[in-house]
Design a protein around this ligand. Structure first.
Ligand code: 5GP
Ligand code: ZN
Length: 120
């Protein structure tokens, strides 16, 4: 698996070739606000490495996936979600065409804020 795909939008964001509103960054992960939010809070958590989708994740990626998930509670509060249980948020991973995946670089959506949202 390549580290970066020069044609991938999220690789370009990781490289700083495309702008994004960043929430968090470290050596292997980046979180940034979705460009077309469909709720008051909508951000994405991506690995910097170009993993195509959840279907391409292997057991070697388990620590990375764990780090992506475990960042979310803090980032969600920082992004404006309200606390559990009356606030909260949804975590979504679209995978492949039937899953509605449009950008083929693994990403977790975090969606929150007062409902009803536009979709979902
Ligand atoms: P998918 O349908 O692949 O799960 O979701 C891709 C998400 O990426 C969409 O919600 C879309 O709005 C977001 N997105 C696509 N291009 C860009 C971009 O250039 N910048 C940002 N911040 N988000 C993007
Ligand atoms: Zn990529």
């Amino acid at each position: 698996m390549n580290e970066r795909d020069p044609n991938c939008i999220f690789c370009k964001i990781v490289e700083g070739q495309l702008p994004s509103r960043k929430l968090y960054e470290d050596e292997e992960l980046l979180a940034f606000h979705d460009i077309h939010p469909w709720a008051p809070v909508h951000f994405l958590v991506v690995p910097k490495r170009h993993i195509l989708s959840m279907a391409h994740v292997t057991s070697e990626d388990a620590p990375l996936l764990g780090r992506m998930m475990s960042l979310i509670p803090q980032l969600a509060m920082q992004a404006g979600c309200s606390p559990y249980p009356h606030g909260g948020y949804r975590i979504m991973v679209n995978t492949g065409d039937h899953g509605g995946q449009e950008v083929h670089h693994l990403h977790l959506h975090v969606i929150g804020g007062p409902r009803p949202w536009i979709k979902g």
